[in-house]
Design a protein around this ligand. Structure first.
Ligand SMILES: CC(C)(COP(=O)(O)OP(=O)(O)OC[C@H]1O[C@@H](n2cnc3c(N)ncnc32)[C@H](O)[C@@H]1OP(=O)(O)O)[C@@H](O)C(=O)NCCC(=O)NCCS
Length: 147
């Protein structure tokens, strides 16, 4: 069974594994504490059998805007609605905080994530040249939360 709960600092070792398997970037462990301190309710983890298998981390970027910094589901657990459930948890956190718009960046080559975010109601509204450490461009996407 999958459960979703807020991030705890003790999740960091498991999150590092998910990131290693899922994202083409590496981040220092301290980054997760910084993100958590910015907005606890915007950092959610999904567990299966007590193990962290996915997470979403978002930060506020204005009084009514949040930005998704990372979303990752460990490869063996994909296409089981875990990403969707994490985003739904994030939408709840956004509404409680009064956030009505979510923005994010996604690699132009990441067709899976593009399809996922489009299914979530996000639309492309711009691009960021050489956004990633390997020089790859990003699409900027946004979603306005309904009432
Ligand atoms: C993108 C990602 C988070 C999706 O997580 P997930 O748990 O597999 O997604 P879900 O099962 O909740 O998918 C919900 C819907 O999104 C769409 N979708 C998800 N993955 C898809 C894929 N690989 N291809 C096409 N559509 C996809 C589908 O419409 C899916 O519904 P369906 O399974 O009923 O067809 C996951 O693939 C991942 O971790 N990728 C690597 C990291 C990454 O790219 N993160 C985003 C960086 S910006």
């Amino acid at each position: 069974m999958i459960t979703v709960r807020p991030f705890s600092p003790t999740d960091i070792p498991s999150i590092l594994k998910v990131v290693e398997q899922s994202l083409g970037e590496t981040y220092p462990p301290s980054l997760y504490l910084t993100v958590h301190n910015l907005w606890c309710e915007g950092f959610l983890v999904a567990l299966e059998n007590g193990q962290v298998v996915a997470f979403v981390a978002a930060v506020p970027t204005g009084s009514k805007v949040a930005r998704v910094l990372m979303l990752a589901v460990t490869p063996k657990c994909r296409r089981r609605s875990i990403g969707r459930r994490l985003m739904e948890g994030l939408y709840i956190s956004c509404r409680v905080r009064g956030v009505d718009t979510i923005v994010l960046e996604v690699r132009k080559s990441n067709k899976e994530a593009l399809a996922f975010y489009e299914r979530q109601g996000f639309s492309v509204f711009g691009e960021m040249k050489q956004f990633y450490s390997n020089g790859e461009d990003a699409w900027k996407m946004m979603k306005v939360l309904g009432t």
